[in-house]
Ligand binder design. Structure first.
Ligand code: CDP
Ligand code: CDP
Length: 223
């Protein structure tokens, strides 16, 4: 069988499970576009908060979402979402956005707005000459790319994840976001059947990336 010429790698998992760190390293190793969909949800959240549109006001939310223009700028190996031409600022990692993001992300209209945009990143990756993309989030292997070439689900003990965030010097409502993300009706955080489940609680980042790389290389026929 010929190796796939363009590979899609999906990584899902809870907050601070190691998605972004592993996705960045895999992007370098396999020449992939890195797509951090959490940053998209964070950027939309920051924008809606700035406009004073609460997650509970559906009519206002629909109007605001319908008027937003979402485009992409590739910076190095990363896909940056632009909202009305503007990149995200540092505020997307703020405590305020941490507190609100899962509420906006639970609204089907918000998810629908990002669904086509996220799938469209394959065209961005191709047009920019990458050999594929690695996309990370909560519903990538279950909803966005259920047919991805490789699907990973990262687990880690909540205490260990809280330690990781603290070590980064960041305040985060990890447990509350996990609770909201796993319990919402639309596209909840779950390990989809067939995805490769990795418990990273006692693994270093290089060990996690090594495990994933073995699977990807085998899929590409270069193992
Ligand atoms: O980096 P961390 O794991 O803490 O969070 P993130 O990936 O930046 O995602 C922030 C929030 O966006 C999550 O808590 C989810 O509520 C939402 N999200 C989502 O619902 N679906 C995705 N594919 C990605 C993020
Ligand atoms: O993207 P996500 O929120 O899932 O996690 P991350 O931002 O990639 O990782 C959170 C922190 O945990 C980073 O500082 C990583 O270097 C660290 N980490 C770790 O110590 N051991 C792992 N096996 C994975 C990540």
């Amino acid at each position: 069988m010929a190796p796939p010429s363009f590979i899609i790698v999906a990584i899902d998992g809870g907050a601070a499970s190691g998605k972004s760190s592993s996705a960045r390293l895999l992007a370098d190793r396999f020449d992939l576009l890195h797509v951090d969909t959490g940053s998209f949800y964070r950027h939309l959240t920051a924008e809606l908060l700035r406009r004073g549109v609460p997650a509970t006001d559906l009519p206002a939310l629909r109007t605001a979402l319908g008027a937003l223009q979402l485009t992409t700028r590739v910076e190095g190996r990363s896909a940056r979402m632009l909202v009305d031409g503007q990149p995200a600022g540092d505020e997307i990692r703020s405590e305020e956005v941490n507190r609100h993001v899962s509420h906006y992300a639970a609204v089907p209209e918000v998810r629908q707005t990002l669904l086509g945009y996220q799938r469209g990143q394959t065209e961005v990756a191709r047009a920019s000459g990458f050999r594929g993309l690695v996309m990370e989030g909560r519903d990538i292997g279950s909803v966005i790319f259920p047919q991805a070439d490789c699907r990973f689900f990262l687990h880690a003990d909540p205490v260990e994840r809280a330690k990781r965030r603290a070590a980064e010097g960041r305040q985060d409502s990890i447990a509350e976001r996990d609770r909201l993300d796993t319990s919402r009706k639309t596209s909840p955080l779950t390990c989809p059947p067939g995805a490769i489940d990795i418990d990273s609680t006692h693994l270093t980042l290089p060990e996690v990336v090594e495990k994933m790389s073995t699977v990807i290389a085998a899929r590409q026929g270069i193992a």
